[in-house]
Design a protein. Structure first.
Length: 228
């Protein structure tokens, strides 16, 4: 017999705050996307200044740079994050028989990837080019796939932990790990010289927007998936 989910539907004030957060994230994402697409000079200049500084540090600190390459290629790689999401979906089915919620989780992660790749193709922003690169990457630059995927996966998993009543110690550990992962996934890409800072910011904003919209849609329409 399936255990009912312990967390009730979002209260109206909480739902309203979530809607406002979604609107704010959407506006910020569209604004940044527009500035990148039109090559707004102040943004391009700031991107270049930061990128040149961090690249100098990366070249001067090969040991730290090597560590960051391991983290970005193995720990915070989008494939690793998607495998983590798949493992949680399996756990939802195995421990809670939550087939609908597991399917929703997989679909949201997949849609986040589709959105990310569609924006990369539409914007077509070139990555930084260096005479002495310390790493390389494929596809267009905006938004950062590492930053966006980490934000989507960590955000959804935190919501699920809240939903299933995680204890205080587990919750604090998960929040700390998620913050480190989301920030680390983005900042290492700047350090390694494969993304402009605004690519990473765009990945964070768009990832947070995907999470906010996904949670709102589930709270409003996804309860039918939980019926016995």
């Amino acid at each position: 017999m399936r255990t009912p989910h312990p967390v009730p539907r979002l209260r109206r004030p909480v739902q309203h705050r979530a809607v406002r957060a979604s609107v704010a994230l959407a506006l910020a994402s569209v604004l940044l996307l527009t500035l990148v697409a039109v090559d707004w000079h102040p943004l391009i200049t700031l991107d270049g200044d930061i990128a040149r500084a961090t690249h100098r540090w990366a070249v001067d600190e090969p040991g730290l740079t090597h560590t960051f390459r391991i983290l970005t290629d193995w720990v915070w790689d989008p494939l690793t994050m998607r495998l983590l999401c798949a493992a949680v979906a399996v756990w939802l089915v195995w421990r809670h028989s939550a087939w609908g919620l597991a399917l929703w989780l997989a679909v949201v992660c997949a849609l986040g990837t589709v959105l990310q790749q569609a924006l990369k193709a539409a914007v077509g922003r070139a990555r930084p080019v260096w005479p002495d690169p310390v790493d390389s990457a494929h596809y267009a630059a905006f938004p950062s796939g590492h930053a966006m995927t980490a934000t989507v996966v960590c955000g959804l998993l935190l919501w699920l932990l809240r939903r299933y009543g995680a204890g205080r110690a587990v919750w604090r550990t998960a929040v700390t790990g998620s913050v480190i992962s989301v920030l680390g996934a983005g900042l290492t890409r700047i350090w390694l010289g494969v993304h402009w800072p605004s690519d990473v910011l765009g990945g964070w904003l768009l990832g947070a927007l995907v999470v906010a919209l996904a949670v709102l849609s589930y709270e409003r329409f996804g309860r039918a998936l939980e019926r016995p």
